[in-house]
Design a protein around this ligand. Structure first.
Ligand code: AMP
Ligand code: MG
Length: 400
């Protein structure tokens, strides 16, 4: 079996998984965080009519010394069919349709008023302070692309075009299991040498945070038949299965065997630290991810491998499902090499226009508490030392 690096594993993984094709209509108020199943197209020009960008006066003929105010138009007023003649003006407010014959709008703070006449000391530009029909976009333009995750701003855009429901990709349902005889549920007292099952709640919460529906599968005991039975049941009731623990090479590590016997196992010798025992496969077309039991390794492999795959399955476009990776200046030294590619927990900070990376103190793959105060993973290639000020790759974890 060939060893592969993270980048190869990620691209193989996202190439193999396919996006769901079921869609549903979602009301605009519920659409935030959902993935668009089709492009949102402009139903009409924006703006729809020429209108004033200022509270002020619409005037006819820039060459005049003064203009006589003959009427007033507010935003939302039905058209009065006013036709301005030379030397005439109307009082106008922001968003109001400009009348025929307008040559410019003068902002009210630039006007002097006397009786029904206005003057200005300013040099006027032809058609200043007017927002023209279709200057932003025209009927039929694509405003939001299929595969985009709807943000609050996008909801504003769709609303401005009169949409009430949007066609979205159906949410996927992810079933999460933990495995190991040493695991105990919270609320119960720990027996000797037991530990609380922290991975499952962490993974369920991460999934919810990223907008997936979840099913809590509970704890699987280290027993091949019962693991198989429960995985098979989960494959009938969910779109994706996540299982942490038991993916390694110990005598009681049954999850890979279970997957192999139930469906298909794609196992790589992943040369990463933490996260070596990562595998995935399918049970009756249901993508199934086997994560390491060590909590940090579980957290890291979820973020760098599983999450991009889940986003692709959910219909996100290519650019938006890949991790946010860029370079930063090392604010640390590393004087010990590792033969695997390392994903060190750390923090990036933005100071005076530069990006700096620091690594956190405890890097052990069972030391989860460090992750609470890490906003990035610092990617160190195999056999590499790092000196202060050197450029290093970082993956930004926006939600931490
Ligand atoms: P495993 O991958 O099953 O060999 O487990 C590796 C290490 O992770 C062991 O120390 C396990 O006790 C621990 N571990 C496994 N599953 C969990 C879990 N759900 N929560 C916390 N620690 C776990
Ligand atoms: Mg185990």
């Amino acid at each position: 079996m060939n060893s592969i690096v993270y980048e190869q594993a990620l691209s193989a993984l996202v190439n193999e998984v396919t996006a769901v094709d079921s869609t549903e209509m979602i009301a605009l108020m519920q659409v935030k965080g959902r993935v668009l199943a089709e492009d949102i197209v402009a139903r009409f020009d924006a703006p729809l009519f020429d209108n004033s960008a200022m509270d002020g006066y619409a005037i006819c003929d820039l060459e005049q010394k003064q203009w006589q105010i003959i009427d007033q138009i507010s935003a939302g007023d039905p058209s009065k069919h006013i036709q301005l003649s030379r030397g005439q003006a109307v009082r106008i407010f922001t968003g109001a349709a400009i009348p025929q014959g307008t040559d410019a709008v003068i902002a009210q703070e630039d006007c002097e008023l006397k009786n029904q006449f206005l003057r200005t000391g300013l040099d006027l530009k032809h058609m200043q302070h007017i927002r023209f029909r279709a200057e932003e976009y025209t009927l039929g333009d694509v405003l939001l692309d299929a595969g985009k995750v709807m943000s609050a701003t996008d909801i504003g855009v769709a609303t401005s075009q009169g949409y009430t429901y949007l066609n979205c990709v159906k949410k996927i349902k992810v079933c999460v299991f933990s495995s190991g005889d040493e695991l105990q549920n919270i609320g119960n007292t720990l027996a000797e040498n037991q530990i609380y099952d922290s991975n499952r709640l962490m993974l369920l919460s991460l999934l919810e945070e990223h907008g997936f529906d979840v099913i809590d599968g509970g704890i699987l005991t280290d027993d091949l038949n019962s693991i198989k039975k429960q995985l098979k049941h989960a494959a009938d009731h969910s779109d994706v299965i996540l299982l942490s623990g038991g993916a390694s090479v110990g005598d009681k590590d049954y999850s890979k065997i279970a997957l192999q016997q139930l469906g298909k196992l794609h196992f790589w010798k992943l040369k990463i630290k933490p996260g070596k025992p990562f595998a995935w496969g399918q049970i009756a077309q249901i993508p199934t991810f086997l994560l390491p039991g060590n909590p940090v390794a579980s957290w890291v492999t979820f973020l760098i491998l599983v999450l991009p795959a889940l986003k692709k399955i959910s219909g996100l476009t290519h650019a938006s499902y890949l991790p946010k990776r860029f370079q930063a200046e090392a604010h640390f030294e590393l004087n010990k090499t590792c033969n695997r590619q390392q994903f060190m927990r750390g923090n990036i900070s933005f100071i005076d226009g530069k990006i700096f990376a620091e690594i956190s103190k405890n890097q052990g793959s069972a030391m989860l508490s460090t992750c609470s105060y890490s906003n990035a993973l610092i990617v160190i290639p195999p056999e590499t030392l790092v000196t202060q000020g050197q450029k290093v790759d970082v993956i930004y974890l926006s939600s931490n």
